[in-house]
Write a protein that binds this ligand. Sequence first.
Ligand SMILES: C[S@@+](CC[C@H](N)C(=O)[O-])C[C@H]1O[C@@H](n2cnc3c(N)ncnc32)[C@H](O)[C@@H]1O
Ligand code: SF4
Ligand code: SF4
Length: 363
Amino acid sequence: MSIIDLKLATRGMDSTARWKILKRHVFSFLKHMTLKRFMNFTRAELNRMMKREVLNSYPYILKMESTNICNLRCAYCYDGRRMPVQGERPYGRMTFENFKKLIDEVGLYLFKINLYGFGEPLLFPETLEMIQYASKNNIGIGISSNLNFTDADLPRRIVESGLEVLIFSCHGITQESYSKFMVKGDMSLAMENVKKIVDERKRLRISTPFIDWQYCVTKFNEGEMDLAVAKAKELGVDQIRFLRPFIPPDAENEWFADFFSKHELAGLQRSKAGCAWPYRSAYINYDGGLLPCCQDVRLLGNDFGNVFESGFMNVWNNEKYKSSRRLIANTSVKNSTCNTVCSRCPLIGTAPVENRNNANLTT
Ligand SMILES: C[S@@+](CC[C@H](N)C(=O)[O-])C[C@H]1O[C@@H](n2cnc3c(N)ncnc32)[C@H](O)[C@@H]1O
Ligand code: SF4
Ligand code: SF4
């Protein structure tokens, strides 16, 4: 197991995009450093290197979804739940009270929360309340949004909330290509909103949120990449990142860009370093259902436990976690006691790579 295992946070990106993400993580890490966080970080990384099953550390970065409801229907959104499936998680929203309870338990150890999952975080007002609370507790907060909102006052409230990073999802530079990916989306509205956020930042003379335009590249929008770079400059966003989207292999050819074949791809490689998620991080669904990462969050039966019902630490070292860490520590030994998302995970070599679902919701 390697000491530095940074690839795990940036699968599916070329090296430039990966570097941009890592720079952001390092910035957040330094900005929110306290002695307690540093000690916990050291313990967590030692636990990972020692391949421990029971941890005396907390995660230092969390992925949480305030809602799994969305106003758009992107063609290959990870959510892919257009057909109902038995046992699936219903749609819903996290309450501020539940969010606060969790932050009060683990917030002192967290450098960062990525507050988005499989819905649109800016759809509901409680997300801003959560951002404010985390920000007051010196935790860096990032969200990813389609910015398809019509509330004229929202840009001001976003900037004033203390949000540290705003990933702007915008996969095209003409309405035609944009709405082919971001079905039901309005590109001009999203662009107007990003411009207003930039203006609000200027008005308040602050540099946050850092605005990171994420552009999923397909064959039908790859011809617009130069225009997108120019547009990013004109809008005043801080960076633009081109990402290879996850598209099922049986999709039409137009969904697979030529651009990426010429570039380094981390996406479909298995990790030689194992998996760091169960030591460093966790994914918390809006209802408190906890998973080690965003692989297969749709089925309720995949949850490792519920942090709103049991408290975080009671789930973090339970049997499901212990057996998953045991499996990750040594994938070559047959481990029939593990029956979790990890035992079906293509990324650690226990299932075919083609089976990978969505373990890249990590930026
Ligand atoms: C599921 S979305 C939720 C947040 C928000 N609704 C948004 O779109 O930004 C989380 C992230 O997934 C990205 N995304 C959506 N579909 C994708 C795909 N097929 N492959 C890779 N990333 C994708 C979005 O750009 C976004 O950054
Ligand atoms: S806007 Fe985000 S959550 Fe909504 S459908 Fe698109 S990718 Fe999925
Ligand atoms: S499902 Fe795979 S990527 Fe997720 S924590 Fe388990 S081994 Fe790691």
